[in-house]
Design a protein around this ligand. Structure first.
Ligand SMILES: NC(=O)c1ccc[n+]([C@@H]2O[C@H](COP(=O)([O-])OP(=O)(O)OC[C@H]3O[C@@H](n4cnc5c(N)ncnc54)[C@H](OP(=O)(O)O)[C@@H]3O)[C@@H](O)[C@H]2O)c1
Length: 335
């Protein structure tokens, strides 16, 4: 099969060639990949700053795929040839609390990903793709939509009428705007670009703050929420900004620590965290059960993934470059 493989760190070492078509073992599905979408994680893996010690040589990168079951291994019961499925990043985390070694079974590193004509997923680690979506659309769900969903619903316990802060207008945040709006919540969004703020307002955000023009954006969030702060913050920026997220979140509020766009380390100011009694929770996507619950909600609320651009298979490197420039929503590669 045709496959992109990582021969060393750096985009120049992502090479298109031939690889052996995998064979599904017992319980596994061979999926003919229709499309993949890129996440910041994929870029960080290719560039060598995401758990580089776990990245195997000749890795087929990119975790998030949608496609059609082409063959099944022995004993498969959940899917049949011809079914449309999504991959699920944490391939063994099915429900409840995560096990201690979930990252060892992630697709797109260390397990092979979907930037190839075929990929193998275990039937337990696959999810039925929404009927209402094309492969291009469905490929955007496994990390970006599911992380937003899990943070808002499973962790955040967000209710209609409550407020949520989302940062930037990348993959996770745009889904968070759409899902939170559909739940009846009030969404405050930030972006470095005024035109993106206009665009997220059209998707349901009720207020927007340009974090470049307003570096102390937490004060603006407090002003919008009558001095209280939001009920829930989805922090995708990380770095020193976590202290601002604590200030922008209400007393006894929750912060989903999702990302590290501006840094993987931080100096955390403990006194505001203690006095505001904030719950700060690391998020690592979600179990498959959460994915199973999300897809009917997306169908019911007619939520269409926001795709910035669809690239051809041969243009995979251009797609990664686009991600580095900061897309509005998702970057997709048709396979
Ligand atoms: N833990 C998990 O389960 C999980 C799951 C998914 C993603 N993540 C992490 O979450 C982060 C976002 O992922 P993604 O896939 O949504 O990324 P993405 O699609 O590449 O989004 C990038 C966007 O984030 C915004 N941004 C960049 N720096 C920012 C900052 N300092 N403050 C606020 N916004 C900023 C920019 O939006 P504007 O152009 O509008 O400024 C940029 O376009 C990454 O660190 C990723 O690794 C973690």
């Amino acid at each position: 099969m045709k496959a992109w493989q990582l021969k060393g760190f750096g985009l120049d070492n992502l090479v298109l060639g031939e690889a052996e078509t995998p064979r599904p073992k017992a319980g596994e599905l061979l999926v003919k990949v229709g499309a993949v979408s890129l996440n910041f994680r994929d870029k960080a893996i290719v560039e060598g700053f995401y758990e580089p010690h776990l990245v195997p040589r000749d890795l087929i990168p990119v975790s998030d795929a949608a496609g059609t079951v082409a063959a099944v291994g022995e004993g498969v019961t959940r899917f049949r040839i011809g079914d449309r499925v999504n991959s699920h990043l944490y391939s063994r985390w099915l429900d409840g609390a995560p096990g201690p070694d979930e990252p060892a079974y992630c697709l797109g590193s260390p397990l092979p990903g979907g930037l190839a004509e075929y990929m193998v997923v275990h039937e337990q680690g696959a999810v039925r793709a929404p009927d209402s979506m094309s492969d291009e659309e469905a490929s955007t769900l496994p990390i970006a939509a599911l992380t937003a969903w899990y943070s808002l619903v499973d962790f955040g316990q967000l209710e209609a009428g409550q407020s949520v802060l989302v940062q930037g207008t990348g993959g996770v945040s745009v889904f968070a705007v759409q899902i939170a709006h559909a739940m009846g919540a009030r969404v405050i969004a930030t972006s470095s670009r005024d035109e993106n703020l206009q665009a997220v307002m059209k998707l349901g955000a009720s207020a927007g703050i340009n974090y470049r023009k307003t570096p102390n954006w937490e004060n603006e969030v407090l002003a919008i929420t009558e001095g209280k702060g939001v009920d829930l913050t989805l922090d995708v920026a990380g770095g020193e900004g976590i202290n601002q997220s604590i200030a922008a979140t209400k007393a006894a509020g929750r912060i989903a620590q999702i990302g590290f766009l501006s840094g993987q380390t931080t100096q955390l100011n403990l006194m505001p965290l203690i006095f505001r009694q904030t719950t700060l929770r690391g998020i690592a996507v979600a179990p498959r059960s959460s994915f199973d619950r999300m897809n009917p909600f997306l169908d019911e609320h007619r939520i269409r993934p926001v795709i910035d651009h669809v690239y051809s298979f041969e243009q995979a490197r251009e797609a990664f470059d686009h991600l580095s420039r900061g897309p509005f929503g998702k970057v997709v590669i048709r396979v």
